[in-house]
Design a protein around this ligand. Structure first.
Ligand SMILES: *Cc1c(COP(=O)(O)O)cnc(C)c1O
Length: 217
C-alpha cells in the first residue's frame, strides 16, 4: 500500500457516507519505521504523524521538524508520568491519556508551562486487562474530571480488541463521545479505517498501510 492509496480510500469512505472530504485526518503511524520511509512519506506531502513511544519520537522528530515545515506529531502510545514534560516538548497532541493519575500530571505540567496541547482520552472499549484506557463505564466520569482540571479534551481514542468486530467498538466510542459533546474521534487502523470512518472517525491511525510492514529487529 502507499500514502496515495490510503488517502484515496479515506476520501472514498468519506464520500460513501456523505461526509465532507476533509472531515477525517490521516495520522501516519511511523513507529519502528526506518528514516528513509518516513522521509519518503514527508516528501509526498504528509505532515501528521503518530508515534507510540516518547523515546523513539525524541530521536527523530526534532531533526525532521527542522527539515520539513508544518509537521505535527501525536503521541498514540503509553505515557509514563515521569515523561510528561518530555512529551509536552515533543508532541502536538496526546491521544493516549488513559488514567486519572496521568491527567493530573498533565494538568500540573500545563499550569507550569501555561499551555497544554489538545488531548484525547483513551477508552478501553474491549475492557482488556492488558490494554490502556478507562473502561466504558468510567468514561463519563473521567471526561468530567479532566474538564474540571481545565484540560483541553478534544476527543476520544480507542484500540479495539484484535479478535473482535471493530465496528462494535467504534460505535461504542462514538456513543460515549456524542453524549459528552466531544468533537473528535481517533479510531481505525490499517485493517479497519474505512469502517471507523463510517462510524464517525475524525482521525484514523494508519501505520503499515502507509509505510509497509514494520520490521522489528
Ligand atoms: C501501531 C499503531 C497503529 C497503526 O497500526 P497499523 O495496523 O500498522 O495501521 C495505530 N494505533 C496505535 C495506537 C498503534 O500503536
Amino acid at each position: 500500500m502507499s500514502l496515495k492509496e490510503i488517502n484515496t480510500r479515506i476520501e472514498a469512505a468519506l464520500a460513501a457516507c456523505g461526509r465532507p472530504s476533509d472531515s477525517a485526518k490521516l495520522v501516519a503511524v511511523s513507529k519502528v519505521q526506518p528514516p528513509d520511509r518516513i522521509a519518503a512519506v514527508l516528501d509526498q506531502g504528509q505532515r501528521l504523524f503518530g508515534e507510540n513511544r516518547v523515546q523513539e519520537a525524541s530521536t527523530r522528530w526534532p531533526d525532521l521538524r527542522e527539515k520539513y515545515d508544518g509537521v505535527e506529531v501525536h503521541l498514540i502510545g503509553p505515557l509514563q508520568t515521569n515523561k510528561v514534560n518530555q512529551a509536552l516538548e515533543l508532541f502536538d497532541a496526546i491521544q493516549s491519556v488513559d488514567r486519572p493519575k496521568l491527567a493530573k500530571k498533565l494538568a500540573d505540567a500545563a499550569q507550569t508551562r501555561g499551555a497544554c496541547p489538545p488531548l484525547f482520552l483513551q477508552v478501553n472499549t474491549g475492557e482488556e486487562p492488558q490494554k490502556a484506557g478507562v473502561v466504558p463505564a468510567d468514561a463519563d466520569a473521567f471526561i468530567a474530571e479532566c474538564r474540571q482540571m481545565d484540560l483541553p479534551v478534544l476527543g476520544l481514542m480507542a484500540i479495539p480488541p484484535a479478535d473482535e468486530e471493530p465496528a462494535l467498538h467504534f460505535a461504542l466510542l462514538k456513543k460515549i463521545s456524542d453524549r459528552n459533546g466531544l468533537d473528535e474521534l481517533s479510531m481505525g487502523m490499517s485493517a479497519d479505517f474505512e469502517s471507523a470512518i463510517r462510524l464517525g472517525a475524525t482521525y484514523v491511525r494508519v501505520g503499515s498501510g502507509v509505510f509497509g510492514q514494520r520490521v522489528y529487529d
